[in-house]
Design a protein around this ligand. Structure first.
Ligand code: LLP
Length: 425
C-alpha cells in the first residue's frame, strides 16, 4: 500500500477530506492519524487477491491494536492473529469472531492458553514440542480438544532486517521444518489436541515475493508427507510479512504476493490463512509532531520535535527510514537535518541526515507510514504520556484513544507505605 489517502491541497496535507493541521491543532501533538478508508481499501485488495481460494485474513493485531482500527477490519470480515492474552482480549473487545482468531507466539503461558481455549479460537500455532505438551494438558483439564498447527521454519532467507527475520533454522521462532514430522507424530498420540494445519512466517517487510514462494514449496512437501502419515491438513497459515513502501521500496502487489503463494500451495485444497499486519496498517497512518526548537551543534542542525522514540520506535530500533514532510507548505530550500525527539537517548531520532526544509517553532511535521508498529510499540519512558489516536473517515474524525494524562503515568502504583507499616511492628 502506498500513501493514497494522504494528499496535498494548496500545499497543506490532508487525510481523506480533512486538514491534518486542523485535526492536530484541535487534538494536540504528538498525534497518530489513521485513514479508515485506507484500512478498508488495503484489506479489500488483499482479500480480493485471494478470492480464488478459501481464505481467512487474520490481521496481525500487533501492528496496530487500536480497538477502532481492529473493528474496522473485523467488519470487513477479518480474523485476528494474536500473540498474547492481551492481544486476544483486545481482539474480542473489538468484536472479532473467535473462530477467526489464530494464536501465534513463542511463549504462551498456561494462563494465556486457558484464555484462548475458553474463547474458542480457531487454532494455536505451536512453536515447540514443549508447548504441545502444555496445550494438550490445559485442554485435557478443561475437557476440550485444542486445534493446533506447528509453526515450521523452512530455513529461507527473507532478505529483510535481521531483527524481523524469523524463518531461519537458528531463530527462536517455530520448529525447524526437518523436525516437524516427529512433532506432528507426537501430536497424533495426544488426546486433547487435533492437528488442523501447518503454519509458517518467515519475516516481516519482505519486498521480494520469491522467499514466500520458496518457503511454501518446502512447506508443500511437508504437507504432502503429513497427509501420507494420516494427518488432516485443513489450514495452511502463510503468516504475514508483505512489505510496504516506506521510501523507494518496490514490494510485490497483492496480486503478485498471491501468485507467489498460490503457485506454491494453491492446489493443496487447504484453506489459506494469512497474518498481514504492516501491509494493512502502515500507510494508513501518520504521526504528527510539532517543532519545539531548532539548534545547531558542531555544524549539525537538529530539528527537535515533540514526537520521540517513545511514540515511534522504528528509526531508533532498526535505523528504519520513515518518510517525513512538513504538514504545511515548505518554507524554503531543503538542508540536511537530524529530526529528533526530546528523550534522553542519542538513539532518539526520527530521521538522520535528512534533506528537510526550514521550520519554525510551532510548525507541524508528518511522519508517514506510522500506522504499523508505531503506537503499538510506544512507551512511557522519560515520563512521557502516550499520544492520542484519531480515526478519519471522509470529512469526519473520531478520537479513538485519548491522550494520556499524568494520572495515567502512575496508575496502579503506590508509595510503598505498606513496607513502612511492617517495619514499625
Ligand atoms: N505473523 C507473525 C507470526 C508475526 O510474527 C508477525 C510479525 C506477523 C504475522 C505480521 O507481520 P507483518 O505482516 O506486519 O510484516 N516491529 C517490527 C516488525 C515486527 C514484526 C513481528 N512479527 C517493525 O516495526 O518493523
Amino acid at each position: 500500500m502506498t500513501r493514497t489517502f494522504f494528499n496535498r491541497r494548496d500545499g497543506e496535507l490532508y487525510v481523506e477530506n480533512l486538514s491534518v493541521a486542523e485535526i492536530a491543532r484541535r487534538e494536540g501533538t504528538p498525534l497518530f492519524i489513521y485513514s479508515q478508508t485506507a484500512l478498508r481499501v488495503a484489506y479489500d485488495a488483499l482479500d480480493k487477491a485471494f478470492a480464488a481460494v478459501p481464505h481467512t485474513i487474520c490481521f496481525a493485531i500487533k501492528s496496530n491494536m487500536n480497538l477502532a482500527v481492529v473493528r474496522t477490519l473485523v467488519e470487513r470480515g477479518a480474523g485476528i492473529d494474536v500473540t498474547s492474552g492481551g492481544e486476544l482480549f483486545r481482539a474480542l473487545q473489538a468484536g472479532a469472531d473467535p473462530q477467526k482468531i489464530v494464536y501465534s507466539g513463542v511463549g504462551k503461558t498456561d494462563g494465556e492458553v486457558d484464555e484462548a481455549l475458553d474463547a474458542g479460537i480457531r487454532f494455536f500455532n505451536l512453536e515447540s514440542r514443549a508447548e504441545l505438551g502444555c496445550v494438550n494438558a490445559r485442554a485435557e483439564a478443561r475437557g476440550v480438544v485444542a486445534n493446533i498447527t506447528f509453526r515450521v521454519n523452512p530455513d529461507v532467507d527473507p532478505k529483510t532486517h535481521p531483527y524481523i527475520s524469523t524463518g531461519l533454522k537458528n531463530s527462536k521462532f517455530g520448529i525447524p521444518i526437518t523436525e516437524a514430522r516427529e512433532a506432528y507424530a507426537e501430536a497424533k498420540t495426544l488426546n486433547s489436541v487435533k492437528v488442523v494445519g501447518v503454519d509458517c512466517h518467515i519475516g516481516s517487510q519482505l519486498t521480494d515475493a520469491q522467499p514466500f514462494h520458496d518457503a511454501l514449496l518446502r512447506v508443500r512437501a511437508l504437507v504432502e508427507d503429513l497427509r501420507n502419515a494420516g494427518h488432516e491438513i485443513q489450514y495452511l497459515d502463510c503468516g504475514g510479512g508483505l512489505g510496504v513502501v516506506y521510501n523507494d521500496e518496490e514490494p510485490p502487489s497483492p496480486k503478485e504476493y498471491a501468485r507467489a503463494i498460490l503457485d506454491a500451495v494453491g492446489d493443496l485444497g487447504c484453506e489459506i490463512v494469512l497474518e498481514p499486519g504492516r501491509w494493512i496498517t502502515a500507510n494508513a497512518g501518520i504521526m504528527v509532531a510539532e517543532v519545539v526548537y531548532e539548534k545547531n551543534n558542531g555544524g549539525k542542525t537538529y530539528t527537535i520535535v515533540d514526537g520521540a522514540m517513545t511514540d515511534l520506535l522504528r528509526p531508533a530500533l532498526y535505523q528504519a527510514y520513515q518518510h517525513i514532510e512538513p504538514v504545511g507548505p515548505a518554507r524554503g530550500e531543503e538542508r540536511l537535518v537530524d529530526i529528533v525527539g526530546p528523550v534522553c537517548e542519542s538513539g532518539d531520532f526520527l530521521a538522520k541526515e535528512r534533506p528537510f526544509p526550514p521550520v519554525e517553532k510551532g510548525d507541524l511535521i508528518a511522519v508517514f507510514s506510522a500506522g504499523a508498529y508505531g503506537f503499538s510499540m510506544s512507551s512511557n519512558y522519560n515520563g512521557r504520556r502516550r499520544a492520542a489516536e484519531v480515526l478519519v473517515r471522509d470529512e469526519r474524525y473520531s478520537v479513538v484513544r485519548a491522550r494520556e494524562g499524568y494520572e495515567d503515568l502512575i496508575r496502579g502504583e503506590n508509595l510503598g507505605e505498606g513496607l513502612d507499616e511492617e517495619l514499625a511492628e
